[in-house]
Design a protein around this ligand. Structure first.
Ligand code: DGL
Length: 261
């Protein structure tokens, strides 16, 4: 399947990055999107940085192999922990690829709480930008969402926000898995402003699309037969073609259709 549209890859530990993909397809046109989730190794939030660097380098190379030259780590854990390392990585430096990430918005105040994975809570990003905000690491929520996306009644969101006290006015969802169920947090905390980092990334990517459309003379084509892995047939939204790639491509396509509703 070849065409001359720009190709953007998204990478996450599993289904979390689909929350970003949903926003992107609604706000852009005529882009090829490739989604790669490493669901078989999810969750990422409790793994070592060394292991995550190696998994993510493979993910980036796979997406590049399919034709992406803009790649988004659609995952707060990867973005806060290793995006900078990857930008300087020896093994990726020969690829013509621009890397982007998703970060918790920098709202630092005593009436704000940030829920995120354990690795995000320990990252330099959180240490550098948050001194007043209450940081609440949640070791299990991302994997619960990964397992129970089709049966959300099995997820105890209430327990996860029990540390959010009545002084909190803003709750930051610092994990793309949580953004899938943003409405559940809003319902539980009706007086709290629930935010995440997705819109900032969408705006950055829109700028990157404008620049690439003006400067990239030869756009890379989507190759749907990448070595041993194949891609699903695309879902077409707004002229965007959304392909799911990797071993769990059919599962991620099914979840995406479900959360689009
Ligand atoms: N979706 C991811 C994030 O934004 C990763 C969650 C996980 O795998 O632990 O942090």
């Amino acid at each position: 399947m070849n065409n001359s549209n720009l190709t953007i890859g998204l990478y996450d530990s599993g289904i979390g990055g689909l929350s970003l993909l949903k926003k992107l397809v609604k706000q852009t046109r005529n882009i090829n999107y490739l989604y790669l989730g490493d669901n078989l190794n999810a969750p990422y939030g409790n793994k070592s940085k060394t292991e995550l660097i190696s998994l993510t380098e493979n993910g980036v190379k796979t997406l590049y192999g399919y034709g992406a030259n803009i790649i988004i780590l659609a995952c707060n854990t990867l973005s806060t922990t290793l995006l900078l390392d990857l930008k300087n990585s020896e093994s990726l430096k020969n690829l013509n690829v621009n890397l982007y990430g998703v970060f918790p918005p920098k709202i630092d105040s005593y009436d704000t709480a940030l829920i995120c994975t354990q690795l995000t809570a320990k990252s330099n990003y959180v240490k550098n930008y948050f001194s007043k905000t209450k940081i609440i690491p949640l070791p299990f929520l991302a994997s619960e969402i990964e397992r129970f996306v089709f049966s959300k009644e099995k997820i105890n969101f209430k327990a996860d926000v029990s540390a959010v006290n009545e002084n909190v006015k803003t709750l930051i969802l610092g994990c793309t898995h949580y953004s899938i169920f943003k409405n559940e947090f809003t319902k539980l905390l009706p007086n709290v402003n629930v935010v995440d980092g997705l819109s900032t990334t969408v705006n950055e990517v829109k700028k990157a699309i404008d620049i690439a459309n003006k400067t990239l003379n030869v756009k890379r084509v989507v190759t749907t037969n990448h070595k041993t892995l194949t891609a699903t047939k695309p879902i077409v939204i707004n002229g965007n073609k959304v392909f799911f790639v990797g071993e769990t491509s059919f599962y991620n396509k099914k979840v995406f259709k479900f959360i689009l509703k």
